[in-house]
Design a protein around this ligand. Sequence first.
Ligand code: ADP
Length: 303
Amino acid sequence: KKVADRYLKREVLGEGTYGVVYKAIDTKTGQIVAIKKIRLGKQKEGVNFTALREIKLLKELKDPNIIELTDAFPLKGNLHLVFEFMETDLEAVIRDRNIFLSPADIKSYIQMTLKGLSFCHRKWVLHRDMKPNNLLIGPNGQLKLADFGLARIFGSPDRKFTHQVFARWYRAPELLFGSKQYGSGVDVWAAACIFAELLLRRPFLQGTSDIDQLGKIFAAFGTPTSSQWPDMLYLPDYVEYQYVPAPPLRSLFPMASDDALDLLLKMFTYDPKARISVKQAVEHRYFSSAPPPTDPAKLPRPA
Ligand code: ADP
């Protein structure tokens, strides 16, 4: 049975933040696609229209490092978003013990991540839910950001579902302190966590609660001082804490090059106003110094 008179439904790929994702064949193009079915729930009609208008904007966004939204349509109280089909994701790469990632491979993966993010930010779209399984990898090794802009349209992912707790590990300190006027810096922090995860081959800051997440951040970078981050004191959930000194970053990332470490530290800046922008990160000397990033087609991928 065809969906919207065009897509032939295949198997379910997984349950995501906003609903089930299934594989389908686009009979118009012959391409394999991934369709994300989003429950619109008991929202008023108006909300749906707002969502559809926002979705229309997302359809206009095209870049080699973001996943293309090829179609969107409402059907039986669900919104269906059609994306190009992607073979695997960065989480599977990081977790695969048979894969060796060279410094050039890591550079290539993080460069594609930052380039995709840079495109989003240039268009004033925040991702807000960056994590390795949202970085999809296509047949030619291209890494593409998935799910950007959805958080703003459909609300932040519901954290009561267990598979979303991992998103906490990528949350910026201003979010953990309850900031509501956050900006593009939250994506930079999350990208830094992903960079660290590529270097370590395990999630870097694995908090078990929001408070514990802050504790993990403090243990890695030392507690922020008010001179380092003046606005911190005024954040809604700010609480005083005990001083923790910063261990040398080098001790946490013994294998990283000096350039990699320099960029990482600038992305992990506490004050979001002082944190490096994605644009600046893309231009950091880490990307122009040796070794050059691996050609995407030659990157190691899960078998
Ligand atoms: P989450 O919200 O937890 O990030 P998603 O909704 O993005 O999860 O995806 C749910 C499942 O569907 C995952 O297993 C993911 O790998 C798969 N998936 C999502 N988008 C695509 C795509 N474009 N191509 C192939 N698989 C996809």
